[in-house]
Design a binder for this molecule. Sequence first.
Ligand SMILES: [Zn+2]
Length: 408
Amino acid sequence: MRLAPLLSLFLVTTPALAQKYRFPMELPASGTQPYVTAYRDHDSAGGLQDWNCGTTTYNGHKGSDFGIGSWPVMDAGSRWAVAAADGKVSFTNDGCYDRCSTGDCGCGSGFGNYVKIDHPDGRSTYYGHLMNGSLTVSVGQEVKCGQHLGKVGSSGNSTGPHLHFEPRTGTSSEEPFSGPCGASGSLWLSQGSYKGLPSDQCETPPPPEKDDSTLTSESPTGTPSVTAGASFQKTWVLTNSGNTTWSTSGGYSLALSGGDALGSSPPASLGGAESIAPGATKTWTLAFVAPSQPGSYSGDFRMDHSGKGAFGATLHVDIVVSSTASGGTGGSTSSGGVAGIGGQAGFVAIGGNGGSGSGPSAGGSTAAPGADASEVEAGCGCRVGGQRTSLHALLLLALAAGLRRRRS
Ligand SMILES: [Zn+2]
């Protein structure tokens, strides 16, 4: 009957990634090193059974006890209990007599002077039997793994100076050691051997999630000239230079980040099964339509992570719309660049219609009279022949008229 509420509590309070613990005591530079005195008891029938199926425990013990030596070591005040992992102090108790040797001094629910830390993974850790007046943290304080909490003492139900360490989820104590009679997974970063000490190294937190992209190549480059109304496309190769993997289900797409979409329909989606891991590349090819008015146009695109915004390289599509005039006489291709624009590869017209003309295009063919935009505009996009001069003048006029919308 208790299964359902316990299960729901577990689901609510235990995220997927458990924090790993360091040994919860500072190892002294010299003198007596800490040692195990009692593990958690796994025999609910009254016997003794520790995580390794041994008997280093006492009946009903819920935590792990680590001794520091005897009273003189405690009196030297040099043995610190430390946070096993990052967290926030959620409870402290102080003021208890700290030289208990009978095991039944009470105070602090038997823990005597103690600290409770809540961790981001939903667990809490308890540090019991500390010296009176030695606590160095207070409720609400954020603590880092390894930070001093208080000095090891013998307050509460204790028979001698030691630290009682106990992880809990909610009110349920947990065994941090994995073994044949213990937990299936260790809560220690490195639990060490039986009756040895767990490592005193803190867990290195995973690096924060970082979305990034780098432009590896693009085609065509620069600012080609495109006939008004013509369709064209541009291709970018983006490298995933972050530490996240791009997928549609993960909320990644290519979105317009500025300027003109130029007839495209952002955001562009990754394929349903596409998964771009860190270091891998993604080739984006977008189809555009040049505006009908002469001028310079820009569109900017960036990778977008839904809810987290745009990131990484900006992909530009920059064009000069060359003409709305009919034409198409002369050669259909040209090569070489126009001064001031640069000798970049041109856009490939993929079936555009001229602003004033009509009819399907045939890339590379000679246009019919009255129709334009049927050229394959390699190179600068200039036409070979008599229109070069007038076209060039038109470009300069367009630039001078400030028709250029945006460049970033
Ligand atoms: Zn204990």
